[in-house]
Ligand binder design. Structure first.
Ligand code: SF4
Length: 491
C-alpha cells in the first residue's frame, strides 16, 4: 500500500534477460532492473546460469534493497533473467517473487513474467489434476510448471515445434494461455523472449556493445546498460537467443493487436520507445489533444510531477498558456506497507508535494494530471494549490475516466475503488474540489497516440471503455480473487 499520495494504476512487472558469454550477466540484469524499477517496487530477483548450474537471489523491496555485491557475486554464468514486481498487498509475498527457477528433465528452467493470465484458474486446476504441485497463487508459477511438464502433443500447430523442444513447449503453452504475457525464460543454453499474441505488454530486443544480447520490458533498460535497441518482440513471437544467435519463431498469431494504451498514459518511462516513438513525445500529443478538447481560461499550466509533466508541456504548447512549475515533489519518498487512514493520506500528499507559492499566487491554474484512478489524491492536490495562493484550479486529465478494472497485468483496483465507476463528472469535480474538470476523450486518446506513432494497430482501452480484448471470467471480478485461487489448490 502506498501511503504517500499515489493514485495510479501500477504495471505489475518489469522483466529483463541477458545472453552474454564472458560478461557479468547478473550485473547487467541488475542494472536493467534498476532502469525498470518504475514497473514494480515490491520484489526483485535475478537468476543466472552457466549452462550447468543455475543460481538465484530474490527478495522483497526495491532492486537496490534486494541486491548487494555479496548476493550478486554467486550469480555466475552467461545467461541471466531478472524481474521486478508490483502486486496488490494481499498477494505481495516472497513466494510470489520472481523469477521462478526449477530443475526439469531438460535442465534448469527460469521464468520472469510481465502480465496476467485470465484463464490462470483453469490452467492451475488442470496442473493440480495432473499431480503437479504449486507453492503460490501466482500465474507465473503456473506458466513455469506448464513449461516444465507439458501436456500431450503441445506445439503441434506452432512452427516452433519442429526444431526446438523448448520453443515447442512455449508454442504449446501459447496455444492454451489467454491473457497478457511478456516472458523471459532461462533454459540450459538459451534465453527465450515471448510476447502474447495480442501484444498487451511490451518487450524489446537489444544488442550489447561488447557482444551479447539483451531483452527487456522497455528500451530504457537497454540504454542503461549501453545496449543498442534492435526491435520490439512482435506479438505472438518467440525469440531464442543462444550460441547460434537470435532466432525467431512464430508462436501464435492473433487477428488483432491490443498494446496497453495505458503504457503511453502513465506506465512506461518517458524515455522509452514504443512503436517507433519516444513515450515523452506521445504524452505531449495527449496533452495537445486535451488542450484542443478541453480549453480553459487560465494563467498558467501546471503538471502533477513527474508523471504528468510531458502532458502538461503538450497542453501548454497547444493552448499557448505558459507552462509553470507549481508543485515540487519529494523524490525520496518511497513505498510503505502501513495502512493509511484519511488523515494520513492528506499528510501523505503534503509529504510528497509542496506548492511553489511564488508561482501560484493570484493565478488561475490549469492542473494537468495523466490519470485519475481512485481519486484519493486529486482533492488534496487541489487544496494544496489553493493553499499556495491559486485563485482557480481547473483540472484537466490526459486520459478518459478509468471506469473498469484491468485484468491484464495491472494491479487489481476493483470496480468499487474506481471513482469514475461510482461518480459522474460533476460528482468527481465536487469530490476533488476543482473549479472545473475535464478528461481527454477515448477517441482523442487513440487519435493522439496513433498520430504520434504513425501506427494504426489496435490498442487495449478496456479500463476506459469496458471492451476487454479477451473474455474475462466472472471470478476475476470477485473481491476475494486470492481466496478463490487458494481454494482451487485443494478443490
Ligand atoms: S485495461 Fe487494457 S489499457 Fe487499461 S491498463 Fe489494462 S491492459 Fe492497459
Amino acid at each position: 500500500m502506498d501511503l504517500l499520495a499515489d493514485d495510479k494504476f501500477h504495471d505489475e512487472c518489469g522483466v529483463v534477460g541477458v545472453y552474454a558469454p564472458g560478461r557479468a550477466v547478473a550485473r547487467l540484469a541488475f542494472f536493467g532492473l534498476y532502469a525498470l524499477q518504475h514497473r514494480g517496487q515490491e520484489s526483485a530477483g535475478i537468476a543466472a546460469s552457466d549452462g550447468r548450474i543455475a543460481t538465484i537471489h530474490k527478495g522483497m523491496g526495491l532492486v537496490s534493497q534486494v541486491f548487494n555485491e555479496e548476493n550478486l557475486r554467486p550469480l555466475q554464468g552467461y545467461l541471466a533473467i531478472g524481474q521486478t514486481r508490483y502486486s496488490t498487498t494481499g498477494s505481495s509475498h516472497l513466494r510470489n517473487a520472481q523469477p521462478y527457477l526449477i530443475e526439469t528433465s531438460r535442465g534448469p528452467l527460469g521464468v520472469s513474467h510481465n502480465g496476467n493470465l485470465t484463464n490462470a484458474l483453469t490452467l492451475r486446476q488442470s496442473l493440480l489434476a495432473r499431480g503437479v504441485g504449486l507453492s503460490s497463487t501466482s500465474d507465473s508459477e503456473v506458466i513455469t510448471q506448464m513449461l516444465a511438464a507439458p501436456e500431450g502433443a503441445w506445439g503441434s500447430d506452432s512452427d516452433a515445434a519442429a526444431n526446438d523442444p523448448w520453443a515447442a513447449r512455449i508454442g504449446g503453452f501459447m496455444g492454451v494461455a489467454e491473457g497478457a504475457y511478456s516472458l523471459v525464460i532461462l533454459t540450459r543454453h538459451a534465453i527465450y523472449a515471448v510476447r502474447d499474441p495480442l501484444g498487451l505488454r511490451p518487450l524489446c530486443l537489444g544488442e550489447l556493445e561488447n557482444g551479447g544480447t539483451i531483452v527487456a520490458s522497455e528500451s530504457c533498460a537497454l540504454h542503461t546498460v549501453g545496449a543498442q535497441f534492435i526491435r520490439e518482440i512482435a506479438p505472438g513471437e518467440i525469440v531464442r537467443i543462444n550460441g547460434s544467435g537470435v532466432t525467431s519463431f512464430n508462436g501464435r498469431t492473433a487477428a488483432k493487436r491490443a498494446l496497453c494504451i495505458f503504457e503511453y498514459v502513465y506506465f512506461a518511462r518517458p524515455d522509452s520507445y514504443f512503436e517507433g516513438q519516444v513515450v515523452h513525445q506521445v504524452r505531449q500529443q495527449l496533452g495537445r489533444q486535451l488542450a484542443r478538447e478541453a480549453a480553459v481560461e487560465a494563467d498558467i499550466v501546471v503538471g502533477v510531477p513527474d508523471s504528468a509533466t510531458p502532458h502538461a508541456i503538450g497542453y501548454s504548447l497547444e493552448s499557448g498558456l505558459p507552462y509553470t512549475e507549481g508543485l515540487t515533489k519529494n523524490r525520496y519518498i518511497g513505498r510503505t506497507f502501513i495502512q493509511p487512514d484519511d488523515h494520513l493520506r492528506k499528510v501523505g500528499v503534503a509529504l510528497k508535494y509542496n506548492p511553489l507559492t511564488t508561482n501560484l499566487q493570484g493565478k488561475r491554474v490549469a492542473l494537468i494530471d495523466d490519470s485519475i484512478v481512485r481519486g484519493n489524491t486529486a482533492g488534496p492536490l487541489v487544496q494544496l494549490l489553493r493553499d499556495g495562493g491559486a485563485t482557480e484550479i481547473h483540472v484537466r486529465v490526459a486520459s478518459p475516466p478509468v471506469a473498469h478494472p484491468c485484468f491484464m497485468g495491472v494491479d487489481m483496483a476493483g470496480y468499487k475503488e474506481l471513482i469514475a465507476h461510482k461518480l459522474d463528472l460533476e460528482g468527481i469535480r465536487q469530490r476533488i474540489g476543482a473549479d472545473t474538470l475535464a478528461y481527454l476523450s477515448l477517441p482523442g486518446l487513440e487519435t493522439a497516440a496513433r498520430a504520434a506513432t504513425g501506427q494504426i494497430k489496435g490498442y487495449c482501452n478496456a479500463c476506459f471503455s469496458g471492451n476487454y480484448p479477451i473474455e474475462i471470467p466472472d471470478w476475476l471480478f470477485a473481491d476475494d480473487r486470492d481466496k478463490v485461487m487458494f481454494e482451487s489448490m485443494w478443490g
